[in-house]
Design a protein around this ligand. Sequence first.
Ligand code: F6P
Length: 403
Amino acid sequence: MAVKKIGVLTSGGDCGGLNAVVKGAAAMADSLGIKCYVIPNGYAGLYNLVNFEQLTELDHDRIELINTHMAGSEAGHSRVKVKKIKDPDKYERIKKGLEKFGIDGLVISGGDDSGSVMVDLHKNGIACVHAPKTMDMDLQTYSVGADSTINRIANFANDLKTTGRTHNRIIVLEVFGRYAGHTAFRGGIAADVDAILIPEIPVDFEALYAHAKEKLTSRIGGSDVFAGTYMIVVAEGLRDASGKEIVDESAGVDAFGHKKLAGAAKYVCQELTKRLKADTDIVEFMKKTHMYVEGIYEVPEAREVRPGHLVRCGHSSAYDVNFGKQVGAGAVAALVEGVTGVTMAGVAGNSVRFMDAEKAIEQRHVDIDQVSLYEQMGTCFGRNPVKFNAAFHKIEDTPERYM
Ligand code: F6P
């Protein structure tokens, strides 16, 4: 069946690069003489499509208004899982909505949850293609949003060093990323922070404290104005030494039914402060550096900073815009060829790469072997450093390149 009309839908948490997916899909459709419509507000809009009087068509002029430089999505989002909708006729209702507007297929941009809904819709006879998106970077493919977020985290961490150094504080920056530590890891490395705490490595607070104490005291003690800081980036899904997640249960759950994660940075501050207060060397150090004021300022402070949604809003990185256009356009090309129920991986040369969607949305964690490389260079990951064991491999084939 020739594809004449498509819908574009974005879902889950917003992030950088989404507008590039929308624009890429719309521009590709336009070039092929296919009409492209916005399905507003994710799966909520899809479920209610049947009640819409009209949809916005992304024609040549409307495409021009989509600013790929900005994060967020022109199509709007919701965190609605179709499977969870009680209505037993939900799939029929969605199909009726699509029929009403003559929509032959969907480009769906989202992360693991939204991707799993796409798989579900596809199994229920709806033609769709998944364009990967999540700032968490925890899919098997790259996903728009990650690079923009990592850059923002790196900027925040770098900026916070001025406050940290002025007040001789330990700063603990808590960042989104759920149970994968990619954004904390990559943002922290890019900002040259002292410690990065990720869910993949349960924290040994003795090891972290020893590292923090050594760095902070040597920086302040070695400074001609007694100034220094210790910078930590912590992933929101952190686990304690027993592997239990550190989460403030009062934060509640989101519409997908997931716990809202909060409390990791606070917990790290408490653990460090406890040790600073119990350590007699610290009082000696405060006296030696002429900072000690009895009852008022006896140990350095540890402060948490939680930028929350600031890590995924604002501007899209150039990398995310490039990748977003590739997967948006690639998804339309796939729909036209009848390649559906898949996740776009990128475009290398003229090869449109895709994966089985169920495989693509399997959660990917930080590669612990690679952590050791950075440990060897001095970054603390909340454990005693593990030696990096280099293994050498010569690449025989051309490596995959998306840029
Ligand atoms: O999944 C993306 C994400 O940004 C997570 O890193 C974070 O835990 C969550 O979304 C926050 O979602 P919301 O905006 O719904 O609070």
